[in-house]
Design a protein around this ligand. Structure first.
Ligand SMILES: [Zn+2]
Ligand SMILES: [Zn+2]
Length: 303
C-alpha cells in the first residue's frame, strides 16, 4: 500500500504543485487568443424545375470583425474565371430581380479584408467566403479588420462548391444568413483542463484524508490483537515453584538471564516451549514486549 508510505511533506508538495498549476491556468485565461465564435445559419433556397428547395443548416461561422446581423439576398459570383475577388476591378453578375445580394467568394489570393472590400464597394449586402479546396467541411472565424460594416461569413469548401455549381448552371439561389450559437472552444478547453486538475486535487486530498485514519486504525487494531495473543500465549506457558533439591537451583548451571540472579527455593519460574525457564516476574514483561525467548529467540506465538 504505497499511499501509506507517502509522507506529509510529499503530500503537501504534490497538492501545492497541483494548486499552482490550476492557478497558472486561471491566470493564463485572459492571455488566450480565443474569442467567442458565432455560428451562422444559412437558409438556402433555390428552384430546380418546379420544385423550390430549401436547406437550413449550421453551415458557417461569422468573421471576427463581422457585425452579428441577419442578412439576406441572392447569391452572386465574381465575373469570369477569377473567383477570389482580389482584383479591385472584379465585377459581380448581379441578377436584375435581386434587391439585395451576397457575394460568394473563394478563399485565397489576398487577404479577407481585400476581397470583402471589393464586394462591399460593388454594393454587396454580405460576403460569403468558402474555404480552400481539400478542406472538406472545415470552417474557421476569419480576421478582416477594417470591414466592420458588412456581414462576412465563412462556409466550407464543400458547401461553397455546391452553391457555385448551382449558380454556374444558372440557378437563382438566395440565402438568409442568421446568427446562430456562440461557441467558446478555448474556454471549454481551459475549463476542462482546470476542472480536471481541480477534480484530481480534490480526489487526491480526499483519498489521503480518508485513507490515513483508516490505515492508522487498522495498524493499531493489528497491534492490539497481537498483544492479546501474546498475553494468552504467556498464560498457557507452564509455571513451577522451585523447591529444595531441584536441579534448577544449581547456581553453576542456571541463573535467570533477565535479572542475572540465581534461583532460590520458592521462586516461581515460567517454562517456555523451548524449555528455557526464567523468573515469572522477569520473563512475563519481557515476553509482552518481545514475544521471544531471551536465550534462543523462540517465538511464543509459533506454538
Ligand atoms: Zn529473574
Ligand atoms: Zn529458549
Amino acid at each position: 500500500m504505497n499511499l501509506l508510505r507517502i509522507t506529509p511533506s510529499t503530500n503537501s508538495s504534490i497538492s501545492s504543485r497541483l494548486w499552482r498549476l490550476s492557478i497558472f491556468l486561471l491566470l493564463s485565461l485572459p492571455d488566450s487568443k480565443g474569442r467567442a465564435i458565432w455560428t451562422a445559419h444559412l437558409n438556402i433556397t433555390f428552384q430546380v424545375g418546379d420544385r423550390i428547395i430549401s436547406q437550413l443548416g449550421d453551415s458557417g461561422v461569422f468573421g471576427n470583425h463581422s457585425p452579428l446581423e441577419r442578412v439576406s439576398g441572392a447569391v452572386v459570383l465574381p465575373e469570369r474565371w477569377n473567383q477570389n475577388a482580389c482584383n479591385p476591378l472584379t465585377n459581380f453578375s448581379r441578377p436584375e430581380q435581386a434587391d439585395s445580394w451576397l457575394a460568394l467568394i473563394e478563399r485565397g489570393g489576398c487577404t479577407f479584408t481585400q476581397k470583402i472590400n471589393v464586394a462591399a464597394e460593388k454594393g454587396a449586402n454580405g460576403v460569403i467566403i468558402y474555404n480552400y479546396p481539400g478542406t472538406g467541411n472545415k470552417v474557421f472565424p476569419m480576421s478582416h479588420r477594417g470591414t466592420e460594416n458588412i456581414v462576412a461569413v465563412m462556409i466550407s469548401n464543400l458547401k461553397g462548391m455546391e452553391l457555385l455549381r448551382l449558380i454556374e448552371k444558372g440557378v437563382y439561389v438566395t440565402i438568409v444568413i442568421e446568427v446562430g450559437r456562440m461557441q467558446m472552444p478555448w474556454l471549454s478547453h481551459y475549463v476542462m483542463s482546470l476542472f480536471t486538475i481541480l477534480a484530481a486535487t480534490i480526489a487526491y486530498l480526499f483519498l489521503c484524508c480518508a485513507w490515513r485514519p483508516r490505515a492508522h486504525n487498522s495498524s493499531m487494531g493489528r497491534q492490539r490483537q497481537i498483544k492479546r495473543d501474546v498475553k494468552k500465549a504467556i498464560g498457557q506457558l507452564q509455571l513451577r515453584v522451585l523447591k529444595e533439591g531441584d536441579k534448577e537451583l544449581d547456581p553453576n548451571e542456571n541463573n535467570c538471564v533477565v535479572c542475572f540472579d540465581i534461583y532460590k527455593p520458592r521462586d516461581v519460574v515460567r517454562i517456555l516451549t523451548c524449555k528455557h525457564f526464567f523468573h515469572k516476574a522477569c520473563i512475563d514483561p519481557w515476553l509482552l514486549a518481545h514475544r521471544t525467548c531471551p536465550m534462543c529467540k523462540y517465538d511464543i506465538l509459533k506454538t
